[in-house]
Ligand binder design. Sequence first.
Ligand code: OOG
Ligand code: MG
Length: 268
Amino acid sequence: MNMILEAASTLDNAMLEAREMERLTLRFPDLSLDDAYLIQDEGIKLRSIRGEKQIGLKMGLTSEAKRKQMNLGSPIYGVLTDRMQIQEGSTFLLEGKIHPKIEPEIAFIIGRDLRGKVTREEALAACSGVAAAMEILDSRYIGFNYFSLPDVVADNSSSAFFVLGKIHNFTGDETDSKFDLSKIDLGKLEMSMEVNGEVVQRATSDAISGDPVMSIVLLSELLESRGLTLPAGSIVLAGAATQAVKMEPGMEIRLSVTSLGSVSVRVG
Ligand code: OOG
Ligand code: MG
């Protein structure tokens, strides 16, 4: 078995068995970022063999807060599948997870294919909607810390689960009369994440890539460098605005975002 397949299957087993593993670069010290994305691709193939469908992509390390928390320098992406999506307001069970953390995000729905270098305006024009969102990360590596960029990319950028609030469609949704993109600055939304009613993380949405729409611009470029397109219909998580918070039993976690509303999960 070659290194790419072996690494992907080791990571996949760690996830399925909810077991921490040694980081890949201890075993493969020369692991490149390109190879790491190939390992990520193989990991997604293993999930698709089990019936999972790719429904989106997530950007990671798009905020200074996250780059500092993880001590890593540049934005990365990962893949989201249908089985990673959990329902708003539902109970998230810690059983079967390794050491999950949750973080406040903004999600976009991509309305038409995007490829290569695009402007902010082109990226926004390709979106059909936006929502408040939270991502639940669950690194497969021991201690959820001190890994390198290739380690985290190979591990699908720590993706585990995500939850979306109400999707505000930019066009054709007459029931959502309050939402008017021309009156909203997506870079100036107040985001506040509460645990059991107490604010634990707070930021303005410009913490994400200077403007969360810029995460889509970055994602399109990252995909293009690998010969890929950002497909219409994708859900895109723009990256966390603040550091992630460790999930503990009994927590009721709610993110509120101005103009977008709130989204919550309970930890069981
Ligand atoms: C890497 C993934 C980072 C974000 O939103 O910045 C990420 C990690 O923190 O393990 O999802
Ligand atoms: Mg994230």
